[in-house]
Write a protein that binds this ligand. Structure first.
Ligand code: SF4
Length: 226
């Protein structure tokens, strides 16, 4: 399979935020979100066998948390599903970050899927494959990255329409980050002020989690490989 990088850091998002994690970042993406911070994954990378990936991951951490991310990892489903099964057999807790545009039915049920449903402001709204709702379990998390009020209302209405709060472990509303953030570790780099988002969530009585990408507050926001 084609990989961009494997590294160990602190998980910055989801209900696993703050926990040390090995990131396995696969190459290529079929979407082009306007605020994407991972454009370096669109091309290039190195070809690796499942054995090579496993060796590198085990060398970084003998257990604990792994996140498979991208790009869009499910573009390499044929190689990725057996790799995820290997990691599960080794006893790791496994997260898969995906847009949900590709089918998710073959993802092993023990994997925690973190499904990033694209909102209109991303420029890729409407790409979530609705049949993937059937593959969501109480282990999974659904994330909405929000740039403005229209994105918030989309996320709120989608959450309610599909009763996500009762279906998955966590529904995350997360402010989008500016494409060219300053080097300050500062909420001013968010396209949507977290305080305003908090007020909207409380006003609407939503049972969702406000998610900040904490790695962008620990390290300078443009830092890669963290
Ligand atoms: S799905 Fe992810 S990697 Fe692909 S363009 Fe959107 S933010 Fe970037």
């Amino acid at each position: 399979m084609q990989l961009i990088e494997i590294y160990r850091s602190i998980q910055g998002e989801s209900s696993f935020a703050g926990i040390p994690c090995v990131f396995v970042r696969l190459a290529a993406c079929n979407l082009r979100c306007v605020w994407c911070d991972s454009e370096y994954t669109f091309t290039g990378g190195r070809k690796m066998t499942a054995e090579e990936v496993e060796r590198e991951v085990v060398g970084l951490s003998a257990g604990g948390l792994i996140e498979v991310t991208g790009g869009e990892p499910m573009l390499q489903e044929r190689e990725l599903v057996p790799l995820m099964e290997r990691f599960l057999a080794l006893g790791y807790t496994l997260l898969l970050e995906t847009s949900g545009e590709r089918p998710l039915a073959r993802v092993p049920s023990a994997v925690h899927k973190i499904v990033d449903v694209k909102c209109p402001g991303s420029g890729e709204g409407g790409t979530f494959r609705e049949s993937n709702l059937e593959s969501l379990t109480s282990r999974d998390e659904v994330k909405f990255v929000l740039a403005d009020r229209a994105d918030y209302e989309f996320a709120r209405d989608f959450t309610r329409a599909h009763q996500l709060e009762n279906k998955v472990a966590s529904v995350i509303f997360s402010p989008a980050f500016k494409k060219n953030p300053s080097q300050e570790r500062d909420a001013a780099n968010c396209l949507l002020d977290p305080r305003i988002l908090a007020e909207w969530i409380l006003a609407d009585g939503l049972n969702v989690r406000l998610g900040l990408q904490i790695h962008k507050f620990i390290w300078e926001p443009a830092t890669k490989g963290v």
